[in-house]
Structure formats: structure tokens, C-alpha cells
Design a protein around this ligand. Sequence first.
Ligand code: TXA
Ligand code: MG
Length: 327
Amino acid sequence: MKILKATSQAIKKAGLIIQNGGLVAFPTETVYGLGADALNPLAVARIFEVKNRPRFDPLIVHIDSLSEIERLCLEVDDRARKLIQKFLPGPLTLVLPKSSLVPDIVTAGLPTVAIRMPSHPVALELIKEAKTPIAAPSANLFGRLSPTTAEHVKDQIGKKIDLILDGGKTTLGVESTVISFTEDDARLLRPGGLPLEEIERVIGEVKILRQNIKKPQSPGQLPRHYSPRTPLRILTKDVVIEKGIKVGYLAFKQPKKKLPYEIVEVLSPEGDLREAAANLFSCLHRLDESDLDVIYAEPVPEKGLGRAIMDRLRRATSEDIQNIKEF
Ligand code: TXA
Ligand code: MG
């Protein structure tokens, strides 16, 4: 495995690796993705192996041009068209009925495919060089923290893939918002980098899919999906921080006074939700690597990007990992 700075020469090389059925980790504006040729089922199968990901967890197909949507999807809902016009390229993934071009392994047998056109120049150039849409989940091991730097990718899966394109730290830091249009309603399957409020301003009310743990409609809804290995608790008024153990503290804003904990990570000194989202996974990675007994996280306001942050924090707290095995 190699890490290369994402120069145009390195991206050309990466494109060839994808064409030949290999795996390349690459930056997007949200998190790093682990990419393979979406139209090559064998290459896609390797993604599941590397991530230890259940086969039936569908992948997002990344495109570099909106015209690809017509090729990959059977039909495009009017509301989806509006969102495409307004927000793509960007941190929004649309679930639409798939065309026969998309292999079943990509969609885990579902009749729908998740489509995303990232705005990151390296991601777009890579797809262009590969001359094929790229199927890519986040480049982490299944159920673990998503990577926002090339280092995170290297630590989790570096040995098992062909190349990591290093494009520095990702700017948004949380995964894309996932919306489906397969039923009568538009549905939010995963809150993410594009705030729900902005989407609703364009297409009106979006249903928030209630979590159905027994039968998740989107595996991003697994209760524990973005987890550090260290136990994590969200601070509420009645949670008392334990004494005599090594505590890590995830603060939303710069604390007013010095806190008596082993490590304190601050998501955004001024309390800016965008900055907090960008730093979320790096802060959690650092805390997770610090040999702590427990991490306490301050809640953030649940609006805009705060919704995605709280969603990831809640999943990280769930001790019920039964459902992952079941899934
Ligand atoms: O920001 C992102 O979306 C990143 C970057 C790399 O693009 N990718 C990412 O992929 O987060 P992944 O595989 O970790 O998450 C994809 C989510 C999962 O929750 C998956 O279940 C859902 O999208 N999904 C994919 N295809 C679907 C489908 N056909 N129907 C419902 N949900 C789907
Ligand atoms: Mg993921």
C-alpha cells in the first residue's frame, strides 16, 4: 500500500488502479471513501472484504457528471431533480430506482441505488480518470469511526488496499445526507453534511425515518455505526462524571475553566456547528487512541449540522451491538 499526495499524476495512477479492479481510498468533502469501479462486481466485493462489511449493506455510487444519473437510474423524481439542481455537487446522496447497469452487489440486491456527486476536486478528478462511476463507502472498518484524514485510513485499512490519495483533512467531516424517493414521500435516511432545513426549503417537508432497529431501511441506521472503541456517554444534566478513572471529554465550545480530565478535545472554540462537524471524527479518533476508560461528550444544539453530529454521537453511545451481528 502506498500513500500519495493527491497530485494530478497520482490521481491518474489511482484512476488506472480503479480501472484494473483495485481499491483506492480518496478524499471527498465529507469523509474519505474507499473506492472501486462500481460496474465491476468483483472489485466491489473486495470493498466488503476489506471493511468486514456485511454484503447486504448497499454502497453509494459516486459520479463526476450529472448526466450519469440518467444512465444509472431508471427514473428521477421531480423533487430529486430540484435537489440535484440546487445542491449537487455536494454532500447529498439520493436514493433512486436503479438501472440494470448497476450490479446487485453495489445495492445489496435492492432495486434502488444511492447516487452522490461529491464536490471535492480530487474525488471528481479521480472518477474522471477512472472513466467509470466509483462505488465507495467511508474508508473505515465496519462500525468504526469514519476517516477524515489519510492517516485514519492508513491506520484502519492501509495494509489491505492498493493506494491512499492524501488530500489533507476533509472539510465537512460528517458523511453526506441520504434521502430516498422510492415511496410517496421524500425520506431522510441519514442526517449528514447538508442540513435538513436547507433541503426542506427546496422540496417542503421531508419525513424523518423512525429508527427501526430490527429492520433498518438504511444500514446507516444501525444503532451503533460510528463508534470509537472506548465507551462514550453523552452528558445530560443527570449524568455524573465518574471519578478515579481515565476520562476524556469532548467539549462543544472552549470550556470557561480548565477541566480536570485526562484529555479535553474541543469541537469548535466559538461553538460553530460547521467547524464542530468538521472536527468531530478527528477529535473522537484522538480520544479513542488515548487509552481512556470513558469519553464524555457534551451535546450540541440539534439544528443545522448539529443534527448529524448528535446522530453520530448517539450511535457511538449505543452499547447494543447485538444488532450489528444480527444485521
Ligand atoms: O459522505 C458520504 O456519504 C461518504 C463518502 C465517502 O461519499 N460515504 C459514505 O458511505 O458514508 P457509507 O457506505 O459509509 O454510507 C452509505 C449509506 C449507508 O447508510 C447505506 O445504508 C445507505 O447510504 N444506502 C446506500 N444505498 C442505499 C439504498 N439503495 N437504499 C437505502 N440506503 C442506502
Ligand atoms: Mg460509513
